[in-house]
Ligand binder design. Structure first.
Ligand SMILES: [Zn+2]
Ligand SMILES: [Zn+2]
Length: 316
């Protein structure tokens, strides 16, 4: 089957929690923005799910557990789990319950300013087994490339990859209303087999097939392998794809000028910098390591911005 990258928004609220969107207006707005899929993640509420009937785009039905110790997505969890007694030391148990209900776990905006600015917005749970976490919002909200908490999240993600945890990076606009809209927003590209569906969105997150981007679609391939795959140690030829078509369709208005591609590996160290006009390189990959690709350049004249970042690939 043909694999294809789809532009999605992974963090949306409706009038079922504190958003201004009704379910139909959220879906209509996402469609008008040329998004291929969204994830509805109302705070502590699943009542929006019943209003999703035959949508024109893929709609993943999830929830954002909004607690005093952090916000966490339970993606497509079929089990009703009580989040009200979640405390720092029982979060592993709660995450296991989400998995038992067929769901995936996502850590939201872990370094957001917490209480009293946003109740429980800062992640304070004591996760003992990070293998229970499927994805993490590496980028959150508007201007994600220049937002300091996101920089800290990136460091946390690198340190977890260093420990061998395979956590998928996502972007979450934390979309509540259409004012928090196109300008300086990003998207999460998901790689799906054939046409996108809600379950294929979930599968892409589970398999680590994501790219977060200020607009351009950017990813790498090594032969048949790509983002989320295991590749062999030793010398490998890497091809990059950089494509601005979807960005234009989505109406992203920033002037994005790529200047360099960085291959990043353990410790967040840059293995190699590549000229983005070349899109091809050879590299020697070290056994038991991870690597991903970052695209750097200017955004609306501001230099040295992270434009896009891929999920990791793992070297065996
Ligand atoms: Zn939140
Ligand atoms: Zn939210």
């Amino acid at each position: 089957m043909n694999k294809k990258w789809y532009a999605c928004e992974m963090h949306c609220h409706t009038v079922h929690s504190d958003g201004d969107f009704t379910v139909p207006s959220l879906i209509e707005t996402a469609l008008a923005r040329h998004l291929d899929g969204i994830q509805i993640t109302d705070h502590n509420a699943v009542s929006a799910h019943a209003e999703v009937t035959d949508p024109p785009i893929a709609v993943l039905k999830s929830i954002e557990w909004t607690t005093f110790f952090g916000h966490m997505h339970a993606m497509d969890c079929k089990k009703d789990i009580d989040w009200r007694d979640a405390v720092p030391d029982n979060i592993d148990e709660k995450m296991r319950a989400v998995h038992e209900g067929g769901g995936l776990v996502g850590v939201c905006h872990p370094f957001q300013l917490g209480t009293p600015i946003c109740t429980g917005g800062r992640w304070q749970y004591n996760v003992k087994d990070w293998a229970l976490v499927n994805y993490m919002e590496i980028w959150s909200e508007g201007c994600p490339f220049m937002n300091t908490p996101n920089r800290r999240t990136l460091d946390l993600w690198h340190s977890l990859l260093d420990k061998g945890y395979r956590i998928t990076p996502t972007f979450g606009r934390d979309w509540h209303r259409s004012t928090r809209d196109v300008y300086h927003s990003a998207c999460t590209y998901l790689l799906c087999d054939g046409e996108i569906t809600d379950m294929k969105m979930k599968q892409a997150v589970k398999e680590g097939r994501t790219v977060i981007s200020m607009g351009p679609l950017f990813y790498f391939t090594i032969g048949e392998k790509t983002v989320g795959d295991e590749v062999s140690a030793g010398e490998q030829e890497i091809e990059f794809t950089l494509n601005f078509e979807r960005m234009k369709e989505m109406g992203v208005s920033e002037k994005v000028t790529p200047k360099t591609i960085k291959l990043v590996s353990n410790g967040g160290k840059t293995l190699k910098e590549i000229d983005p006009t070349c899109l091809h390189t050879k590299i020697t990959l070290k056994e038991s390591s991870w690597f991903n690709a970052e695209l750097w350049g200017s955004i609306d004249g501001k230099e040295d911005c992270l434009i896009a970042l891929t999920a990791a690939a793992y070297v065996n």
